[in-house]
Design a protein around this ligand. Structure first.
Ligand code: FMN
Length: 227
């Protein structure tokens, strides 16, 4: 038996099209049922960017993507030097998180961190010494390098740079991608899911067998059920 680790938890998230918000709601329900006192922060942008402008700052990786996927040394180099875009966010309800035992930060994957969450990480106070875990949604299945490392390695590095104690990760597929015109990216990720995992992409969503199990296991670990 692990030691009980309930207490005050803040669930902060940004969501552009609703999927990360739905995951944040599910986490809030699960953690409240495990005895946590749950507070919420919805990170809101000052101004929504046009959907076709969002990928522009991400384009520099594209020519290097094969190298990124193949070489761990290149990935380490890239993660040290790449430019993480940020987007202005509105005033926070919990601008200082020092009063919480644990903070969860939720983001959609926009190649790396979503831009509003990157801004939250620079603005929020009280991260020093705070245990922070991360949750995310992205279209694809949990591909080790392209999805998980590309998102969580830079996220964890930013948390450490702010003095936070990096906790756990949860990644859930949304089976949704806004690009390009005819669901091309969704089709690609559905194909990859079958090819790499031998499972339909829907298995990794919040309504799928693997996604639900991942959510339960994540909440059990947060509550001290085993780590
Ligand atoms: C600019 C941009 C980049 C994205 N990059 C990725 C990606 O690298 N991998 C992926 O699987 N999905 C990617 N997506 C899809 C989102 O991560 C996915 O739709 C997410 O679940 C949206 O969450 P939301 O509904 O909370 O905004 C991207 C979406 C946008 C807008």
């Amino acid at each position: 038996m692990g030691r009980e680790r309930t207490g005050r938890i803040l669930i902060a998230h940004y969501s552009r099209s609703g999927h990360t918000a739905r995951l944040a709601d599910a986490l809030a329900r699960e953690l409240a049922a495990r005895g946590f006192e749950v507070a919420r922060e919805e990170i809101r942008v000052v101004r929504d960017w046009n959907k076709w402008l969002l990928p522009l700052p991400l384009l520099p990786l594209l020519p290097f993507l094969p190298l990124y996927l193949l070489s761990g040394a290149f990935r380490r180099l890239w993660h040290r030097h790449f430019h993480q875009p940020e987007q202005a966010i509105r005033a926070l309800r919990h601008s200082d998180v020092a009063g919480f035992d644990h903070v969860l930060i939720g983001t959609p994957k926009w190649l790396y961190l979503s831009f509003p969450v990157a801004r939250w990480l620079t603005l929020v106070r009280g991260l020093d010494g705070r245990r922070v875990s991360a949750f995310a949604t992205f279209c694809g299945p949990p591909l080790q390098v392209f999805e998980l490392e590309m998102l969580f390695v830079p996220l964890d590095a930013r948390l450490r740079a702010r003095g936070a104690e990096v906790g756990d990760h949860l990644a859930i597929s949304s089976d949704y991608h806004p690009y390009f015109f005819f669901g091309e990216m969704e089709a690609l990720f559905r194909w990859l899911s079958r090819r790499v995992f031998g499972r339909p992409l829907t298995d990794f969503t919040l309504d799928g067998e693997v996604g639900r199990a991942a959510l339960t296991a994540f909440c059990d670990r947060l509550a001290g059920g085993g780590d």
